[in-house]
Design a protein around this ligand. Sequence first.
Ligand SMILES: [Zn+2]
Length: 285
Amino acid sequence: MNAGIIAYSGEKLSVMKCIFCKCPSDASQSKEHIIPESLGNKEHILAPGWVCDACNNYLARKVEAPFLESSYGQNSRFEMGIQNKRDLYTPGVGLHPASRSKIHLRREDDSSFSVSAAPGEDEARFIETLRTQKSGSLYLPAAELPPTGYETSRFIAKIGLEILAQRGMDDPKWNEEIVNKVELDDIRTYVRQGRPGVVWPVVIRRIYPADFAFSDNLYPRFQMLHEWNLLWIEDPVKPIVGVRGEFYAVIAIFGVEYVINLGGPDLYGYERWRKKNGDRSFLYR
Ligand SMILES: [Zn+2]
């Protein structure tokens, strides 16, 4: 561990630095949601200072929004019946082929549904077609798996780094250690600045249905919205000599598992681990 200098000022130890841009962040007010609030997360939050105000704002607009507004992001929130900050349900995005309109399907409080043309569509044409149509179909794509591209990968990389931060959130030395870890610099830059066209690999698969009913001693029936763990593979046995260990964040959101190596884009150690463990999820031992 890097000793560094921790200045003592009044009551609290400083200086906190942002885990993404490394700027001093003691004055920052933002509480960073590790998983966005609009995916139903109200409890997993980083205390102010771990992510500075500027990064908090950037991540919401440029890293979280593209995932949440993707067809998968939108329709999975719709299927899970997740309400946003204003207690509104996320509409499902579908298609009305007869009028060639994108539609919004909305869950109402009395558990009925309403349908309207999506914003920017020709509402009049949609209604007129519905009125004159004897029968017809509305299509709503099921939220199976998210796309494997750039946006999902950056979104998961952000969550991964924040999970690591959360592990030692009450220890100021942990903040210093994460900020100083050069092994994390690549993924920091990838999340904070982006690298269009480059996809940091993420292994994505469904490990249980989104609405799977779990039970334990406390609750006879509950849904698992999100869960995660960290997997350190010390000796990935790479063909190249002298390579460091691999450090994975294993995250499940609505039953979809995402595995990302925070130390580099390599997945060698994880693939070996998975083969050895009969393809099971690291989240379920
Ligand atoms: Zn920052």
